[in-house]
Design a protein around this ligand. Structure first.
Ligand code: CO
Length: 468
């Protein structure tokens, strides 16, 4: 195997406590005020980067935390002046759940960089690289470091050759690193060794591995990936590690240093960071938001070949319909639906679509009797090209005589920015506000109303003493 690792004795760390660990364990509920005091310390830890924005952070800030996500980003920038700030971006979906016109993708990326982002990890749920191209080009143009990302999944069409070829295509697109993203934590040590090796043989740029502890394999997987030459790994400070989150930063740092790897991390600072987050973790356990089960190992995802998060969704769907006795049947049906749909990786929004369709196929007593509008849109090609051809009979049932679209769905979308900005005159205070609204209209409208109410209160408060 050819190893092209730039420095064979170096492994760098991305700390995920502010984004993925926060999202995986406590539904992204960390408020900025809760962690702001530790930022100057984190700034000295020696991380390759801190993942702190994107994913669900944006939506949750507006929806539940009464925070402006852009303000959070600017505050992070100010308090982590020496650290690379990293975000996760769903390609043409940005941080929302549908495809946006290119104009919006470009602007959103530009504004993310302007407000403080250094590294953008860009992925597409189907690994349709046309869906990451516009965001990638815009991010490079804005001066960001782009991590071109492959959504990892296992299927007969997701071969080492295919993944390695796509990594090369992304390198040619101009990305600075390749990230392999195992969002379900199902990658085995052997698979990691082979896949990282295959990608390393194909590309010259550094390779990142992202996984979750869900099935208990992540530490082994990282060690084998490092043997195969992986350059950067994602970890979380130990009290926010394990289970559905990432492996622990301190643990891997300790083990790797003993092997003689340079990690760049400062042990004493890592301890301070962990000591800071411990009481926060304990409070979330006490509140009930952090279920200790989330921090334990669950091997069901291996038995059923269904990611952990999707399993719990299936259970709640069936419970709601009083049909838990059909659970085993739905689990058998799920991989069949995935195959029919051309083996999409089971990541948002595909995991939801496949799960709902499998449940409906079982409960209706007839396969594809009901097809959701999302699955129809998927069959039409609105999410991109499926990894393998969709089953012709399913396609026929979903679309009738209608033909799937040719080319890229985003090419059919009209620009919306100027129109939306005009509509929001008087409410939106910045182009960032307009972008928030375009991504999450109802949620942002509510946020705007709350902001206005708060401002009026402040004005009243500051005026009162003058009147007296
Ligand atoms: Co993840």
């Amino acid at each position: 195997m050819t190893k092209t690792k730039a420095d064979p004795k170096k492994v760098l760390f991305t700390e995920t406590v502010l984004r993925d660990a926060n999202q995986s364990l406590i539904a992204t509920r960390l408020k900025y005020s809760e962690f702001k005091d530790i930022l100057p310390t984190m700034d000295k830890a020696g991380y390759y980067s801190v993942e702190c924005w994107g994913g669900a952070v944006f939506d949750v800030c507006l929806r539940y935390l009464d925070e402006d996500p852009w303000q959070r980003l600017r505050d992070l920038r100010k308090n982590l002046p020496h650290t690379k700030l990293q975000m996760l971006l769903r390609g043409q979906n940005l941080l929302g759940y549908k495809h946006y016109p290119d104009e919006i993708v470009k602007m959103f990326v530009q504004k993310s960089v302007e407000n403080g982002i250094d590294i953008i990890r860009i992925f597409d749920a189907l690994n349709d690289l046309r869906n990451i191209e516009v965001a990638t080009t815009a991010a490079i143009k804005a001066g960001a470091t782009v991590s071109g990302t492959l959504s990892y999944t296992q299927s007969p069409v997701h071969t080492l050759e295919k993944f390695a070829k796509q990594a090369k295509e992304m390198e040619d697109m101009g990305v600075a690193t390749i990230c392999v993203k195992d969002m379900a934590g199902v990658m085995t040590p052997l698979e990691a060794y082979d896949l990282i090796g295959a990608i390393k043989t194909e590309v010259k740029i550094p390779v990142v591995l992202h996984t979750h502890c869900t099935t208990g394999m992540a530490y082994l997987t990282y060690m084998k990936a490092i043997e195969a030459g992986v350059d950067i790994i994602d970890t979380a400070t130990s009290c926010f590690s394990g289970g559905t989150s990432q492996p622990a930063t301190e643990t891997l740092n300790y083990a790797l240093k003993q092997y003689g790897y340079e990690t760049g991390l400062d042990d004493a600072t890592l301890k301070q960071v962990n000591d800071f987050f411990k009481p926060i973790r304990d409070r979330y356990v006490k509140d009930g938001l952090l279920n200790p089960k989330m921090m334990a190992t669950d091997t069901d995802a291996l038995n059923y070949k269904v990611p952990g998060g999707m399993l719990s969704n299936l259970v709640s769907q069936l419970k709601a319909q009083n049909a838990m006795d059909r659970f085993e049947e739905v689990l058998v049906e799920t991989p069949k639906v995935r195959k029919d749909l051309g083996y999409p990786p089971l990541v948002t929004p595909m995991s939801q679509m496949v799960g709902v369709q499998a449940t409906s196929n079982v409960l209706a007593g007839e396969r594809y009797k009901n097809i959701s509008k999302e699955v129809k849109a998927y069959c039409r090609g609105e999410y991109g090209t499926a990894p393998a051809p969709i089953d012709p009979e399913v396609l026929k049932k979903a679309l009738g005589d209608e033909k799937p679209i040719e080319g890229r769905y985003a090419d059919t979308l009209e620009p919306v920015f100027d129109k939306t900005k005009a509509e929001l005159a008087g409410t939106a205070k910045s182009d960032e506000d307009v972008l928030s609204y375009i991504l999450f209209p109802q949620v942002t409208e509510k946020y705007f109303a709350a902001r206005k109410a708060k401002e009026e209160k402040i004005v009243k408060y500051t005026i009162t003493p003058v009147e007296e």
